[in-house]
Design a protein around this ligand. Structure first.
Ligand SMILES: *[C@@H]1O[C@H](CO)[C@@H](O)[C@H](O)[C@H]1NC(C)=O
Ligand SMILES: *[C@@H]1O[C@H](CO)[C@@H](O)[C@H](O)[C@H]1NC(C)=O
Ligand SMILES: *[C@@H]1O[C@H](CO)[C@@H](O)[C@H](O)[C@H]1NC(C)=O
Length: 236
């Protein structure tokens, strides 16, 4: 029984890892990780859990070997230990499977939508570029980076289906005219998905948005003080 208690203590320690999930109330979602019972619980700190489980498994197996070697070893205790080990083995296998399929492991914060491993939130309010950046930062993310055609299509289709309006993305040349930098600090690679003859605003227009209208949501540069909808992203 001492060992069973030890097992529970190890898991209690493992469960202290919390995953901060910003939501409407700004509260934290608790890490729920009873490894034996809660097979469907939300994931949290997988690496930590895997390490915990592996440690316990190894300890269990050593213990069983010792019991087997000990002629006074109680059969029922041995059977009990074996049952715990089997259930731990099963849990490790389940966790491994979920880690292999990455999207199954990612959960987005409230109001965020998952696309290809990244969580996106489409604002319902309109703000200047810097205020939009600030809001995304406060939520633990940044303004959306749009580095593939697939991402561009996903995001613009969403805007098409909802606000149908100009929408900030995380691209600007505020620091150096003509050097387009994403909100994650990387520089725009390739041609970008600009509207015809864009960008063309020089130092007056340093912030980029999906252009609702003639450009069919391709990119356009405008003065950063305009108030537009915006899209935040959080890496899943
Ligand atoms: C159990 O016994 C075997 C041989 O009888 C020995 O090789 C092994 O090291 C023992 N294991 C433990 C944990 O005592
Ligand atoms: C955004 O820019 C305006 C005008 O420059 C400034 O007044 C405001 O404080 C800025 N907001 C943030 C969050 O930086
Ligand atoms: C994105 O689509 C454009 C055509 O709209 C194409 O020219 C370009 O090569 C595509 N880029 C990638 C990375 O697939």
């Amino acid at each position: 029984m001492l060992l069973v208690c030890l097992v529970l203590v190890v898991f209690a320690i493992g469960c202290q890892g919390r995953r901060a999930v910003p939501d409407d109330g700004g509260s934290e979602e608790k890490c729920v990780c009873n490894p034996v019972v809660n097979v469907g619980s939300p994931p949290c700190n997988y690496d930590g859990h895997m390490a915990d489980l592996q440690t316990v498994l190894i300890a269990q197996q050593a213990h069983i070997t010792r019991l087997q070697n000990n002629s006074k070893g109680s059969e029922s205790l041995l059977a009990e230990q074996k049952k715990i080990t089997d259930s731990l083995k099963e849990r490790v296998e389940q966790l491994e499977e979920r880690i292999m399929s990455k999207d199954a492991v990612i959960t987005c914060p409230a109001r965020y939508e998952l696309f290809k491993g990244t969580c996106y939130r489409f604002s319902t309010d309109q703000k200047p570029f810097n205020e939009s950046q600030h809001t995304c930062n406060e939520e633990g993310g940044r303004l959306a980076t749009v580095k593939t055609n697939e991402t561009h299509n996903f995001l613009t289709n969403h805007v098409r289906a909802t606000t149908k309006a100009h929408t900030w993305i995380g691209l600007s040349d505020v620091e150096t005219e003509g050097l387009w930098v994403w909100d994650d600090g990387t520089v725009l690679v390739g041609d970008g998905i600009w509207g015809t003859n864009e960008p063309n605003g020089g130092t007056r227009e340093n912030c980029v948005h999906f252009y609702h209208g003639v450009y069919n949501y391709r990119w356009n540069d405008v003065p950063c003080a305009r108030s537009y909808f915006y899209i935040c992203e959080i890496q899943g």
